[in-house]
Design a protein around this ligand. Structure first.
Ligand SMILES: Nc1ncnc2c1ncn2[C@@H]1O[C@H](COP(=O)(O)OP(=O)(O)OP(=O)(O)O)[C@@H](O)[C@H]1O
Length: 231
């Protein structure tokens, strides 16, 4: 569904992503792994069009993405939940969700009902300020906001970061439901190995901006974990 080929990316003179390939198969959940600073967030931002790339190709459902704006990539069916969630603390839950919808002069921004079926707490908290929600509720809000346009690929950057351990499991169940029951293809960055094992089908490990190992999650061996993932 998503094919990244030979991507090179620079921050100024710093070469961050090196000839990087990534395949995300339709209907599956792929986990992008690697230690801090290896380029995971940079890769997601490049896919979303939030950072320019120097060379390479990115295709979504066979269509070239690199010539498209970030807004256009979202409208083609890619939802993005950034690292740190980035909800607006002073806006209501409803306003935060509406921000995910494209602006239409001819009608009120209507939040689809399935969002509240997936996240009943967001309906309960609809008029509360985003900043008043707990960390887990904010993560649901951030995922809900990425889903209001009904994407076919959902990209999540460290969805469990800063979330209490008992809520991490809840976030995992939400991602599993989205992927296995609703059929969304998922690409996520995740550093917690047990969580990755629970939700993901495939892995791709980055090391210093290069893809160094890929495969099925069930086959991720101890040697790769020791070499590239443990700190
Ligand atoms: N805006 C920026 N300007 C310059 N260098 C940057 C910028 N953002 C990130 N970097 C550098 O790019 C490299 C990759 O960073 P990136 O955030 O993509 O890594 P990551 O794997 O997502 O790490 P983490 O798990 O800590 O979020 C790091 O060396 C980082 O210092």
């Amino acid at each position: 569904m998503l094919q990244v080929q030979g991507i090179n990316q620079f921050y100024g003179a710093s070469h961050i992503l090196w000839d990087l390939d990534l395949q995300v198969r339709e209907g599956r959940c792929t986990c992008l792994m690697g230690r801090n600073g290896v380029g995971k967030t940079t890769l997601l931002k490049a896919i979303m069009g939030l950072l320019p790339v120097a060379s390479g190709q990115i295709a979504f459902k066979g269509r070239d993405l690199l010539g498209q704006s970030a807004e256009r990539r979202a409208s083609l069916g890619i939802g993005y939940v950034p690292q740190g969630r980035q909800i607006f603390p002073l806006l209501s839950v409803e306003e935060n969700l509406q921000i995910g919808l494209p602006a239409r002069a001819d009608r009120v921004r209507q939040i689809p009902d399935f969002i509240f079926e997936l996240f009943p707490v967001l309906r309960e908290m609809l008029h509360r300020r985003g900043g008043d929600l707990s960390g887990g509720q904010q993560q649901q809000l951030a995922i809900g906001r990425a889903l209001v346009t009904d994407p076919s690929l959902l990209i999540l950057d460290e969805p469990t970061e800063g979330i209490q351990p008992n809520v991490v499991q809840e976030i995992g169940e939400i991602i599993r439901t989205l992927n296995r029951e609703i059929g969304l293809t998922v690409l996520l960055v995740e550093q917690k190995l047990p969580f990755a094992h629970k939700v993901a089908d495939d892995f791709c490990i980055l090391e210093r901006g290069r893809s160094v190992a890929t495969g099925e999650m069930a086959a991720l061996g101890e040697e790769l974990v020791r070499q590239y993932l443990t700190v």
